[in-house]
Design a protein around this ligand. Structure first.
Ligand code: PHE
Length: 341
């Protein structure tokens, strides 16, 4: 029996040295110390020994069991430690490496232009109104006194969904919406996307942004329109900017005008920027047509008003000397980054 115990001891010592994993170690423990393990078998055979040998052999067997258990414990600690070390090694990061820089965004030049325009009109007491990009033909054309045969209503100029719905071609339907829900006095601007069936080139885009303004009250005259727009142009383009009101025609205003400003590049002398004319067209405007007021339930005998509209991209292009509208929509960072302040 002594030899058997010794053999167990030796075999165990050899095997435990090869164990690398906790599960293997557990298997080894079961093999030697488990219910049917090698050592347990021997202890079971104890009864067959002569009585006087039993205490000695019992003590020896216990000693071997304690030894095996201790070795298992120690090995367990060693394995755990090496697993931890491996984990630490695999998760190591070099905290001295330079970090990734988060790039901070900045407003797009069109957004900068919108903000400037809003600031100017806020300073003059205008309220910002909003309206949908999908409009009714009624709000976009009929309510604005646009005759059924007006060229802008043509399928080739306007994106229609069906007979009654379209992508708005201007922000003017927001005027209609505001007059329908609110009685005068009205002093509003509206800014938003508009859509026209134009081919994309350096100065046209099928999607663009407009800013529209409307003032309605008792006794509003063409003088108010001129004063307001002259002030707007000076605040946006500089105090020495002159405006020229050139007669024009819009269905929704009467009289109507287009406003040219002195070219801020050549101060009127004529240059490449203004095609030699010394002036740049900036907006359309006019006194609101009585038919538009009446359609919206406003007494045209009592109230008068003026309206104006301009293209945001066009203003941005003038403001920042951008010579192709496409730059404003392509979002090429080599372009937009130049507007970081
Ligand atoms: N809605 C006109 C356009 O898109 C601009 C405009 C607005 C003109 C208001 C006069 C008055 O061309």
């Amino acid at each position: 029996m002594k030899e058997q115990l010794n053999a167990i001891r030796i075999k165990f010592s050899q095997e435990i040295d090869e164990v690398q994993e906790l599960q293997e170690l557990e298997n080894l423990r079961i093999e030697f110390l488990g219910k049917n393990g090698a050592l347990t078998e021997i202890l079971r055979g104890m009864g067959k020994l002569p009585k006087e040998d039993r205490p000695i052999m019992g003590a020896l067997a216990n000693e071997v069991r304690d030894e095996l258990e201790a070795k298992i414990e120690r090995r367990k600690e060693e394995i755990k430690e090496s697993l931890l070390e491996e984990k630490i090694k695999s998760e190591w990061i070099d905290i001295t490496l330079p970090g990734k820089k988060a790039s901070i965004g900045h407003p797009h030049p069109s957004t900068l232009t919108i903000r400037e325009i809003i600031d100017v009109f806020h300073s003059m007491g205008f309220v910002l109104e909003d309206g949908p990009e999908i409009e009714t033909v009624l709000n976009n054309f009929d309510a604005l006194n646009s005759p059924p045969d007006h060229p802008s209503r043509d399928m080739s100029d306007t994106f229609y969904f069906d007979e009654k719905h379209l992508l708005r071609t201007h922000t003017s339907p927001v005027q209609v919406r505001t007059m329908m829900k609110q009685k005068p006095p009205i002093r509003m601007i509206s800014i938003g996307r508009c859509f026209r069936n134009d081919a994309l080139d350096a100065t046209h885009s099928p999607m663009f942004t407009q800013c529209e303004g409307l003032v309605i009250d008792e006794g509003i005259t063409m003088g108010d329109l001129k004063g307001t727009l002259e002030q707007f142009v000076r605040l946006l383009f500089g105090a020495d900017t002159e405006s020229v009101f050139r007669p024009h025609n819009f269905p929704f205003t009467e009289p109507s005008a287009e406003v040219d400003i002195t070219c801020f590049k050549c101060k009127g002398a004529g240059c490449r920027f203004c095609s030699g004319s010394g002036a740049i067209e900036i907006l359309g405007c006019g006194m609101v047509h009585p038919a538009v007021l009446e359609h919206c339930g406003i007494d045209s005998e009592k109230y008068t008003g003026f309206a104006f509209g301009m293209g945001i991209e066009r203003v941005a292009m003038l403001r920042y000397e951008i010579d192709d509208i496409r730059y404003l929509f392509e979002n090429d960072q080599r372009f937009t980054r130049q507007f970081r302040r």
